[in-house]
Design a protein around this ligand. Structure first.
Ligand code: GAL
Length: 819
């Protein structure tokens, strides 16, 4: 009995204190073991708590050791000293989910995040405090930053979640990429970074702090790299391991922009190259991007979808082949962990960007053969053998003899995702709508708001960002014989409103939004003013506040003027400056205040003559939840711009009317050569974002669900439909001597549409037979092996498929299967 108690006590103690993190220039050491760490970013508020276990489980199955997340200050402290950690914001629950899955955590407290998140994660009330300047030695800022950072650290400590306490968090981050913008802050910037380091250090978290993109990071901060490639990165302290906090797996999307893609081959190449050249920690930003629900999208103009072309797509589905190809890479790298962290490194340069790196310990060696040439394949002779390394790729040989992995040779299926109609609806295409107008009478006809000022203010200052909407209203009186009163009058507004709707005397005179990233424009419209009192009502709308750049907090938003009325009388132009007029302000819209989006809202809705293309209109409908478990999206094709709610949950801003430009897409994108965010774009000339994620946990599986739309520009809701998203078909194109796994995820494979073993041609969806082909019936073999099954594993070999004579060329199996 005594010994049992002793044993239990020992176990308890060892559990609490087992994991100590240190670093020794080559690797992070955890619990005495030097590690090769693969990590991925998942931002908890960009999915729901119900999605977290599955996302984290898939991350682990994808070969990750750790999950990285920012902490989002403005979400947690929306009003000063009033905190919210509920639902999607339950940081502790998220960290515990990581722990439950046995993964490590990297906690980027910031509290500046960037992250295409509204205002980079800073609360707008912070900006509105007196004498405030962000991210410099400003007392008010530093006090608030310390307050929030300390609070987060204390919360996490209380739950024993730092590795020093036996928890999962092995690294913490203070600030974020300050080095990229610090120039304009001058000496204060340098002092601020020192203060950040001291402040973080004083919090005594027991794990190392990182500062990404900070090459003057004060010791003991670890400076780390962010980018598409980090193989050239050298930390400022020789004792700091080479760490990559953001390997961008794709890119974000803006309204009016296209869909970014970073090829699987190139992501894998960047990772392999990083480990070839002494890297030890690689984090994918993002591993799951998710959704910017509500008003969390940054900006201006970041879309609701934050898919990022990440290994897990916006909805949590495997993005294949990216997920699978990287999983294989992780498995190979993990298998070499000992050699990579203890081995002596030597490099052979073959010229023409080809090189071999050998990691050697007494027990054995592991090799990387790299070819950074964009055009030509390299033939590397090594220890009497000859290896072909394709252009822009890395081959990994865990034993320096046998090729286990090449970044450009994908042996994972490509999954083609499809949207399926909602089968729970009897008549899915005809949702029944009711509607109501947004009540704007007080503003349009009376110009009456909540407060008045004889000045035009930045929108943030007035609204505290409690809403996207701000009315700027004024009245202008003209005498009957006023010189101004003529035919040729116009209203000219110098605007930094992300979107502007202008009304004069109750009439909509025009709208404008920023285009091509120009958030500073002139709105000018001819207007007929009348004698007597005229009401000018300008509705300014923000679409995500700026999140990046030096002093980004003071980038203007709203209507900062000047505003003029001009009158032209022959050659003469008379200008009346309204900027110092009495302006009446009103934050938000009435329908939002009366919560028309609530399911239980008692307001009256009309089912009679539901209008199309009407601005400022509320629409409501009910629908049945789609059957099954596949992720749900709502197709908002036909609508203009606005906000959507499902059962009272704000699923984000929508703007399908914003069509991306026709040019600049590249369907046959070449993975060779350095990636940048304008490479490999798709979706040209299409609505920027048509489908909007509706997490299953927002839905009632039984009974009715409510969708409410606030349509601001005018649109047609009759095409709106709920759909599910899943794998529709899959393809593979794999060389012999590989094993290919085929899977439709949650469904069985239903048919083999194409299969050929030999030298088939074409791409997924358009495969054709080549000049040589096996005489065995490949379709039959695959049908037998795979159809009706959720998963099948095929050995691509002559033994399995016969021996077509392809005159010496390596044979391939091409398959297309229907799910
Ligand atoms: C980095 C930043 C991230 C994210 C990324 C682009 O500069 O640290 O938070 O904004 O760019 O997606």
């Amino acid at each position: 009995m005594v010994s049992l108690r002793f044993l239990l006590c020992f176990l308890f103690v060892s559990n609490v204190y087992a994991t100590i993190v240190s670093h020794d220039g080559r690797a992070i050491t955890i619990d005495g073991h030097r590690r090769v760490l693969l990590s991925g970013s998942i931002h908890y508020p960009r999915s729901t708590p119900e999605m977290w276990p599955d996302l984290i489980k898939k991350s682990k199955e994808g070969g990750l050791d750790a999950i990285e997340t920012y902490v989002f200050w403005n979400a947690h402290e929306p009003t000063r000293r009033q905190y919210d950690f509920s639902g999607k914001l339950d940081l502790i629950r998220f960290l515990k989910t990581i722990q439950d899955e046995g993964l490590y955590g990297v906690l980027r407290i910031g509290p500046y995040a960037c992250a295409e998140w509204n205002y980079g994660g800073f609360p707008v009330w912070l900006h509105n405090m007196p004498e405030m300047v962000f991210r410099t030695t400003n007392k008010a800022f530093m006090d608030e930053m310390r307050n929030f950072t300390t609070m987060i650290v204390d919360m996490v400590k209380k739950e024993n979640l730092f590795a020093s306490q036996g928890g999962p968090i092995i690294l913490a981050q203070i600030e974020n990429e300050y080095g990229n913008v610090m120039g304009p802050y001058g000496e204060s910037g340098k002092a601020y970074i020192k203060w950040c380091a001291n402040m973080a250090q004083s919090l005594d978290v027991g794990v190392p702090w990182i500062m990404c993109q900070q090459n003057d990071a004060p010791q003991p901060m670890l400076n780390t790299c962010n980018g598409f490639y980090c193989d050239n990165f050298v930390p400022n302290n020789p004792n700091t391991p080479k760490m990559w906090t953001e390997n961008w797996t794709g890119w974000f999307k803006q309204w009016g922009g296209k869909n970014p893609h970073r090829t699987t081959e190139d992501v894998a190449f960047s990772v392999a190259r990083f480990f070839q050249r002494g890297g030890t920690f690689n984090n994918y930003y993002m591993y799951h991007g998710g959704t910017n629900f509500d008003r969390t999208a940054g900006g201006p103009y970041i879309t609701t979808s934050y898919d990022y072309d990440a290994p897990l797509d916006e909805y949590g589905n495997l993005n294949q082949p990216k997920y699978g190809h990287l999983k294989q890479l992780h498995d190979v790298l993990h298998s070499m962990e000992r050699t990579l962290t203890y081995g002596n490194i030597s490099t052979i340069d073959f010229g023409n960007s080809a090189s071999a790196t050998i990691y050697k310990t007494e027990e054995g060696s592991s090799c990387f053969f790299g070819n950074g040439n964009e055009k030509s394949d390299a033939t590397i002779s090594f220890q009497g053998e000859s290896y072909v390394v394709p252009a822009w790729s890395v081959t990994i040989l865990p034993d320096c003899k046998n090729e286990a992995y090449n970044t450009a040779k994908i042996t994972t299926q490509t999954s083609m995702m499809v949207k399926k109609p909602n089968e729970a609806e009897d008549t899915p295409s005809t949702l029944k709508w009711s509607w109501r107008p947004e009540n704007m009478d007080n503003f349009l006809l009376k110009g009456k708001g909540e407060s008045t000022q004889t000045q035009l203010f930045d929108q943030k200052v007035v609204t505290n960002d409690q809403s996207d909407y701000l009315w700027y209203m004024t009245t202008v009186k003209f005498k009957k014989r006023d010189l101004f009163l003529g035919k040729n009058m116009s209203l000219r507004v110098n605007s930094t409103a992300h979107v502007l709707h202008a009304f004069v005397n109750g009439k909509h005179i025009g709208s404008q939004h920023a285009e091509n990233d120009k958030f500073n424009y002139v709105f000018e419209k001819d207007v007929k003013f009348k004698s007597g009192r005229n009401v000018i009502a300008l509705l300014s709308i923000t679409v995500g506040l700026a999140n990046y750049g030096a002093f980004f907090e003071s980038k203007p938003a709203g209507i900062t003027g000047p505003i003029f009325i001009t009158g032209r009388n022959g050659d003469e132009t008379i200008v009346k400056d309204l900027s110092a007029h009495k302006w009446s302000y009103k934050t938000g819209l009435i329908g939002f205040e009366s919560q028309l989006f609530r399911t239980e809202s008692m307001s009256k809705w009309s089912v009679e003559s539901v209008p199309f293309n009407r601005t400022m209109t509320w629409y409501k409908t009910t629908f049945k939840s789609p059957l099954g478990n596949d992720p749900v999206v709502v197709d908002l094709m036909g609508l203009g711009k606005g906000t959507a709610w499902v059962n009272g949950n704000n699923i984000g801003r929508y703007w399908p009317a914003f069509i991306s430009s026709k040019n600049g897409c590249d369907a046959n994108c070449n993975y060779r050569g350095a990636y940048h965010a304008e490479k490999c774009l798709t979706n040209c000339g299409e609505p920027t974002q048509r489908w909007y994620h509706v997490p299953r946990s927002f839905l009632n599986a039984e009974g009715d669900n409510t969708l409410v739309l606030f349509e601001e520009m005018g649109g047609n809701p009759s095409l709106v439909s709920f759909q599910t998203t899943r794998v529709g078909s899959l393809c593979a194109n794999v060389y012999e001597k590989n094993i290919i796994e085929l899977s439709c995820d949650r469904k069985p494979i239903s048919a083999i549409k194409f299969a050929s073993f030999g030298n088939p041609d074409g791409n997924c969806g358009s495969f054709v037979k080549g000049t040589c082909e096996s005489s065995n019936n490949t379709v039959d073999i695959l049908t037998q092996e795979c159809v009706g099954k959720q998963k099948c594993s095929i050995d691509v070999s002559t033994k399995r498929f016969g021996t077509p004579d392809c005159s010496g060329a390596v044979r391939r199996l091409a398959v297309e299967a229907i799910c």
